[in-house]
Design a binder for this molecule. Structure first.
Ligand code: C2O
Ligand code: CU
Length: 455
């Protein structure tokens, strides 16, 4: 009987899959085992009901077509973080498209022109929707296989759960989170589990694809039992692999591709270590088994192949723009404009808004920069607040202009600490409206968003 039931249940799906419409990506409510097994399941919102959402894995140059189906009780949209795509596909509700209402669909269709580690997530009420679980990885493979034994995807997140029921705290608009460091969780997970264990062998070389999907947590990470190299930041390969020496930071929205060689011996456990208040915790454990053949450590890896058209020429003569970030708790913001009206900080607090860019809270009618496609621009970002902010530019990668005038690695999200001024340079890409915002999502929704217009 179970065979009959199984067949019946499979059939409609099989028929649907054979018709030629785009593949579906359905956002829906579901219950998943997020907390350890002795806890109840947690109700999340997930892509295809999964945590993390369905992995999208394509080859460089492939077309990605997904019919987004909104089965949520709330309007939503999907943003493809870090991809250079047509602006109409960027998924920013209210800027590049209307939010997709419950029961409705939207067809996303773009070409994955850059190889690397990317991710997709909700971009409507993202503070709530990403916290509820609406994200997944988007991996674009290099044309040729890279020289590793295997790879692992590690999506890091922290969840704010009720310690008894394991249900999500659904206060998504608390003034404290919005005015301080953002929503931080009390349950830290990798790929939706706190007990991630990935067996490895002596001397194996792994590619680790790290994604920080947390609302606000900056992960401080380290390696134990591995030798490692940073191969790429935010999807974009480094010209030379960077040896990992000591701990490193992964801010919300950021990714890192590491190559790691197992140096721990058989019977030991290697770790991706998370450092919290100077204490080390296992973010992911890698128990080491003996190698079948005589294992031998490898040479320093060769760089990953670069993505096309990534140079940032003419930085010296590029037009300059300034972004002054103010506000938040313990900040100096006296007043700023909200919806065209100048308000005192006290009035802003009453409106649950806390942050300004160049004196304005939230999105403006006129862009921060009006650019023509192909031109290089520089933006100097001053963080006149006491909190770090992870500034993310859609649709383009930038390079930081370092103190010595050199250009830093290509990135799409830059962590700027309180009191710092940092400058980025980028080439204006595809025409359209590209949002530029803090990826601490409580900050995005309480003022920290602007945009650049490319024509
Ligand atoms: Cu990862 Cu505007 O977002
Ligand atoms: Cu911020």
């Amino acid at each position: 009987m179970s065979a009959t039931l199984g067949l019946g249940a499979l059939l409609p799906g099989a028929i649907r899959a054979s018709t030629s419409g785009p593949q579906l990506l359905t956002a829906r409510v579901s219950d998943v085992q997020l907390a350890p097994p002795d806890y109840p399941k947690t109700q999340i919102w997930g892509y295809d009901g999964k945590m993390p959402g369905t992995l999208i894995r394509v080859k460089q140059g492939d077309r990605v077509e997904r019919r987004f189906v909104n089965d949520l009780p709330q309007a939503s949209s999907v943003h493809w973080h870090g991809l250079r795509i047509n602006n109409a596909m960027d998924g920013v509700a209210g800027l590049t498209q209307d939010a997709v209402q419950p029961g409705e669909t939207f067809d996303y269709d773009f070409t994955a022109q850059d190889a690397g580690t990317y991710w997709y997530h909700a971009h409507n009420r993202s503070m709530e929707q990403v916290a509820r679980g609406l994200y997944g990885a988007l991996i674009v493979e290099e044309p040729e296989p890279v020289d590793v034994d295997r790879e692992e995807l590690l999506i890091l997140d922290d969840w704010l759960l009720n310690p008894e029921t394991a249900q999500l705290d659904t206060e998504f608009e608390t003034p404290h989170d919005r005015s301080h460091a953002g929503r931080r969780g009390n349950y830290i997970a990798t790929n939706g589990s706190s007990g991630t264990e990935l067996p490895v062998k002596v001397s194996e070389r792994l590619r680790l694809r790290l994604i920080n999907a947390a609302n606000a947590r900056i992960f401080e990470l380290d390696l134990s039992g591995f030798d490692g190299w940073v191969m790429a930041y935010d999807g974009m390969p480094l010209d030379e692999p960077e040896k990992v020496e000591g701990s490193f930071l992964l801010a919300p929205g950021q990714r890192m591709d590491l190559f790691v060689d197992v140096t721990a011996v058989a019977g030991e456990v290697a770790h991706l270590v998370r450092i919290d208040d100077d204490e080390g915790f296992s973010q992911a454990a890698f128990p080491v088994a003996p190698a079948e053949n005589s294992a031998r450590m490898r040479e320093t890896p060769n760089p990953l192949p670069p993505n096309p058209n990534m140079s940032v020429p003419g930085v010296q003569t590029a037009r300059r723009f300034e972004l002054n970030m103010e506000g938040g708790a313990m900040g100096r913001l006296q007043s700023a404009s909200l919806n065209g009206k100048e308000m005192s900080f006290r009035e802003l607090v009453a409106a649950n808004q806390f942050w300004s860019f160049n004196g304005v809270v939230g999105m403006t009618d006129t862009p921060l920069a009006q650019l023509s496609s192909g031109e290089t621009a520089r933006v100097s970002i001053s963080n006149d607040t006491v909190f770090p902010h992870a500034m993310h530019l859609h649709g383009m990668h930038f390079r930081e202009i370092l103190d010595d005038g050199e250009l830093g690695p290509l990135r799409d999200t830059l962590l700027v600490f309180g009191g710092e001024t940092r400058e980025i340079a980028f080439v204006a890409g595809e025409p359209g409206k590209w949002i530029f915002h803090c990826h601490m999502l409580a900050h995005t929704s309480s003022g920290m968003a602007t945009w650049v217009n490319v024509t």
